[in-house]
Design a protein around this ligand. Structure first.
Ligand code: FMN
Length: 310
């Protein structure tokens, strides 16, 4: 049996493209997240040691325990990429749930939900190549056919160590309500740990998901965008039943901390700084006006001024 790292919280950060970079992950760590993940990275590109993708796989011991998420469709490339990344990551996660047309056109991500035996082959190849725990992130099913339980069992038979279930089908994308029943069904069908995912937005929904599905851990995605504080809020609620809030000033401080971290890790760019400014101020009074102003500026100094004024 492989050994999992110790998780300080049962609440994890979900992998999100263009969001969960090293700077954001470290900020979530400050707020007590149990585990952080890179966005999906191309196994084909990693196996060719593509520079741009390797940069997305940048990590630091400060963020551990951490996950690298890989997507691909070739057994040998998935295994090779996992082998190359295992040194700096505690868990290798395989993406079988991305609904993006570009990814699915290659037969990767969510397209594999239609090919359970191929998923089994990939899992087996990756497990055979690495010493670290391997997880899979799956969805409820592809479209009308709900096969999360079937796929979870195949993954378990092929040695997977943990299963993350997003309770929507590929066809649903991000719309509609996540089905937590399917998470419960997967949990009841396998012996390995199950991570529930979909529509956890605060302490109350987190508690409800644990109670209703019996999942071992959970992942928060969209509700964490621009709001790394959510992990402290959920952890506190799970511990005490109390709902704590962050002030506007603290949120803005987090934004500037994100910018500082982005500079430290060499990933700062104005477009991202602008997008993050919009994300970190979402829901503030006057945020739609600010959004418009931000859309018109092109220099960091202008973004900084707007964020200091708010
Ligand atoms: C902007 C964005 C990017 C995402 N990128 C990824 C990704 O790279 N890999 C992945 O497995 N899921 C990705 N997801 C899906 C999330 O990890 C998560 O499964 C989904 O948002 C449902 O959780 P939530 O209801 O807490 O948001 C992404 C979601 C969003 C909104």
């Amino acid at each position: 049996m492989v050994k999992f790292p110790k998780f300080k919280s049962r609440v994890f950060l979900a992998p999100m493209a263009d969001i969960t970079n090293i700077a954001f992950r470290i900020l979530c760590k400050k707020y007590g997240v149990g585990l952080v993940s890179t966005e999906l990275l191309s196994a084909n590109a990693i196996s060719r040691k593509n520079k741009a993708v390797m940069k997305l796989g940048l990590t630091d011991k400060k963020e551990r325990p951490n996950v690298v998420q890989l997507f691909g469709q070739k057994n040998e490339n998935m295994a090779e990429a996992a082998k190359l990344m295992q040194k700096n990551f505690d868990i290798i996660d395989l993406n079988f749930g991305c609904p993006s047309k570009k990814i699915m056109a290659q037969g990767s991500g969510g397209a594999l939900m239609k090919r359970p035996s191929k998923i089994g082959e990939i899992v087996k190849a990756v497990k055979g190549a690495v010493k670290k725990p391997v997880s899979v992130k799956i969805r409820k099913g592809f479209d009308r056919k709900i096969n999360a339980v079937e796929i979870a069992k195949i993954c378990e038979e092929n040695g997977v160590d943990m299963i993350i279930v997003h309770g929507r089908t590929i066809g649903q994308g991000y719309s509609g309500k996540a089905d937590w029943e399917v998470i419960k069904n997967v949990k009841n069908a396998v012996k390995i740990p199950v991570v529930g995912n979909g529509d956890v937005i605060d302490g109350m929904s987190a508690k409800k998901m644990f109670e209703e599905t019996g999942c071992d851990y959970m992942m928060v995605g969209r509700a964490a965008i621009g709001n790394p504080f959510i992990f402290k809020q959920i952890n506190e609620y799970l511990k005490t039943g109390k709902m704590i809030e962050q002030t506007k000033e603290e949120r803005i401080k987090d934004y500037f901390e994100y910018i500082d971290l982005a500079r430290v890790y060499g990933i700062f760019n104005v477009l991202d700084a602008r997008k993050k400014a919009q994300e970190f101020t979402k829901g503030f009074v006057g945020s739609s006006k600010l959004r418009k102003k931000l859309n018109r500026v092109k220099k960091w100094e202008e973004i900084e001024k707007l964020m200091k004024e708010i």
